[in-house]
Design a protein around this ligand. Structure first.
Ligand SMILES: Cc1cc2nc3c(=O)[nH]c(=O)nc-3n(C[C@H](O)[C@H](O)[C@H](O)COP(=O)(O)OP(=O)(O)OC[C@H]3O[C@@H](n4cnc5c(N)ncnc54)[C@H](O)[C@@H]3O)c2cc1C
Length: 667
């Protein structure tokens, strides 16, 4: 029987791991990427990759606790079986990458070194200095090259995915792509198509993501009928280096290696930070969350930093919002060995040595928890059925999504260092199912009529020519993009308000209208980046709309989605009886909110590109939702009341206590 032919769009960690595994299983793979795969955004990942390991096991850790931390970190918005499967695979994945040659940092005894990341109390993060993504990506790239030499993989770098090709029954049969050098179009018949095209940070103009993270491929799949899940959940990372051109990440690993966040107690204290005595500093994260300290999850750290600067007026600078991130107490040798890569970035762009002077940082858009909706098949032990064609398949048969561009693993807030794991996991895990799906789908791509591909090619060529012909328009695409980015950053990041979201939606519609009048200054047909950018800008509007509409409709606070109008205030009473009453009320409200809002947003592209929103129940069969307090000072009474309620209901409310026999399957 002919081996299946699979088209993988995207050569980051997700796309490369899927390609490697598919080739191992005998499939032929076409690998399409906007940029050389080694320049995919994954190369920027800094801090590390999570998995339970020998060190944490000695401290009582196991896969179930990794699963628990991930689900608790995501505010219970993710279906639990895929998360459990991913946590179970963690140790195997890190071992695999080690064997493939990733130069993970080592302890003097030769074991993999580990650091702590946000939202956990265990040191689960393996790292290669502060360039972990690069080392992982290069190792997978080597493997893919091996299959390229064997003829199983063909790479198409500098190619743009334009649309999936669907047959009359709605099954994906391939895609239309464009060569970004010659600008020629080409049809790629395939038995299955996997989208692995990463995040959509460019919607926000400036973010920590690479400039290639424009969401175009996902938007095109969405417009072709693929559903989009949890679009409103955008992660704003607490610690980034503000910049006029771009926001650069200061990885969580800085806090994982002991970095402390603080502000002077005197607003805009003009002194050199090194001259400000300890008693005149507020280490506000450590004070409010003594259990997790500087490593509370990102949504919480971001809100606290934002709040201390805006509401409390304690920004370090008067004219610019920022707080100190201080590493100056950590020995220089440790900093160079473990964080060299990121400290160099700070030094290069700020002209200050962070080993000597505390850094100035502020939150920045960083990651999209939402993405293409994908399916899974649950196993009898609570994880996933390996080899099921449903795993990672979108609602379009034969079209899959993996990595940052799917919505599956991180719920309302991603924990640091869990993304590299989810990318590699989803890539490796989906491959056998993709092949099984081809067999189940009957016809092979080679049997498919050329009619489908010809009409796709014609459509894309016409669209392209129409854009090229727009030399007389009065709008500048780069200017429109800046306006879109500023708007999205203002209304759909840390704090969201309904009236602003309504106005922003109308403004996005108007920007989209204006986009139709964009002039393309380069009308040539050779490496025309102008037309490619204009096209991708057009694709940002449907995504921006689904982010805004999803955020508008979700009247609650969950993970990264925070609306002050629906926030649940802490307890104020000092009298114990009154405090207890407040805690009871708080828990009542939490339960009511869970019933109302613990569901995923699913956006479908409706008439005229307007998002039609519906909701999907979340599978919480393994771990019941619980208040997400992270040991907040003042939240003890809520914890107490909640635990009593769970006990009365006969539920183990705290996953840490519940470790079923099937947990920890990886060895
Ligand atoms: C600065 C930074 C540091 C990070 N550090 C960490 C970390 O330490 N640990 C962690 O777990 N996570 C980290 N993350 C998150 C993590 O890096 C990403 O989520 C992950 O790398 C995404 O991988 P991916 O394979 O899904 O996509 P990407 O690596 O973004 O790859 C996308 C691929 O799709 C291709 N593509 C896109 N559009 C098209 C198109 N239209 N046509 C054809 N090809 C297309 C691109 O060329 C590319 O090959 C970090 C993120 C940032 C921004």
């Amino acid at each position: 029987m002919a081996q299946p032919r699979v088209l993988v769009i995207g050569g980051g960690l997700a796309g490369l791991s899927a390609t490697m595994r598919l080739a191992e299983l005998g499939a032929s793979v076409d690998l399409v990427s906007l940029v050389p795969v080694k320049r995919s955004h994954s190369v920027c990942a800094q801090g590390g990759i999570n998995s339970v390991n020998a060190l944490t096991r000695q401290q009582g850790d196991n896969e179930w606790k990794h699963f628990d931390d991930t689900v608790y970190g995501g505010d219970f918005l993710q279906h639990q079986p895929p998360v459990k499967e991913m946590a179970d695979w963690g140790p195997r994945i890190v071992d695999l990458m080690d064997r493939l040659g990733v130069p993970f940092n080592r302890t003097p005894e030769g074991f993999r070194d580990q650091r702590r990341f946000g939202g956990t109390l265990f040191k689960r993060t393996a790292f290669a200095g502060a360039t972990t993504g690069q080392q992982l990506l290069y190792s997978l790239d080597e493997q893919v090259r091996r299959w390229e030499v064997d003829g199983k993989v063909k790479k198409w770098e500098f190619w743009d995915f334009l649309e999936p090709v669907l047959d009359d029954a709605g099954r994906c049969r391939g895609a239309i792509c464009q060569d970004l050098v010659t600008m020629q179009f080409r049809a790629f018949p395939a038995d299955a198509v996997i989208i692995a095209t990463g995040g959509c940070g460019l919607l926000y103009g400036r973010s920590t993501m690479s400039m290639v993270c424009n969401g175009s491929a996902v938007s095109r799949a969405y417009r072709a009928g693929a559903w989009y899940g949890n679009g409103e959940f955008i992660q704003v990372h607490p610690t980034a280096i503000p910049g006029a051109d771009k926001l650069r990440l200061m990885s969580e690993s800085a806090r994982g290696e002991g970095g402390r966040v603080w502000v002077p107690k005197t607003p805009h204290d003009p002194r050199d930070p090194r001259d400000i005595p300890e008693v005149e500093r507020s280490y506000f994260l450590e004070e409010r969350y003594p259990k997790y300290g500087n490593l509370v999850p990102r949504d919480i750290a971001t809100r606290e930093i934002f709040d201390i600067c805006t509401t409390e007026g304690l920004s370090v600078e008067k004219d610019r919002l920022c707080v100190y991130l201080d590493l100056t107490h950590v020995p220089r040798e440790t900093l160079d060995r473990k964080l060299g890569g990121i400290l160099e970035i700070y030094e290069k762009f700020q002209g200050v040595d962070p080993r000597v002077v505390p850094m100035k940082i502020f939150p920045a858009v960083h990651y999209s928890m939402g993405g293409l909706w994908v399916d899974y098949e649950k196993s009898s032990t609570g994880g996933l059925v390996e080899g099921s064609p449903r795993n990672q398949q979108t609602n379009i048969p034969g079209l899959y999504a993996i990595g940052e561009c799917d919505y599956q693993y991180h719920g309302a807030n991603r924990l640091g260092a869990n993304s590299l794991l989810s990318c590699i996991f989803s890539g490796l895990f989906c491959a056998p199912g993709v092949i099984a799906g081809v067999d189940a789908g009957g016809k092979k791509a080679a049997d498919e009529s050329s009619r489908l591909f010809e009409s796709g090619l014609r459509r894309e060529e016409e669209r392209h020519q129409a854009l090229l012909a727009r030399t007389a328009g009065d709008e500048n695409p780069y200017d429109l993009h800046q306006q879109l980015g500023n708007l999205m950053t203002r209304v759909a990041t840390v704090v969201r308000r309904n009236e602003q979201l309504v106005a922003a939606y109308a403004e996005v519609c108007s920007l989209e209208e204006r986009w139709r009048r964009c002039a393309v200054s380069d009308s040539g047909n050779w490496t025309n980046q102008n037309v490619v950018f204009t096209k991708s800008l057009g694709d940002m509007f449907p995504l921006a709309k689904l982010v805004l509409k999803g955020a508008l409709q979700r009247d609650e606070c969950r993970g990264a989605h925070y609306k002050p109008d629906f926030a649940m205030p802490g307890l104020h009473a000092t009298d114990p009886v009154e405090k207890r009453r407040e805690a009871e009320q708080w828990c009542d409200r939490f339960e009511a909110n869970t019933r109302r809002w613990l569901k995923s947003t699913v956006a479908k592209c409706g008439v005229g590109g307007e998002p039609e929103i519906s909701y999907e129940d979340v599978d919480t069969s393994l771990m019941p939702p619980r208040p997400r307090l992270y040991g907040l000072v003042g939240g003890e009474m809520i914890e107490e009341v909640w635990k009593e309620r769970q006990k009365l209901a006969g539920v183990s409310g705290d996953g840490q206590e519940k470790q079923p026999a099937y947990a920890g399957s990886a060895s």
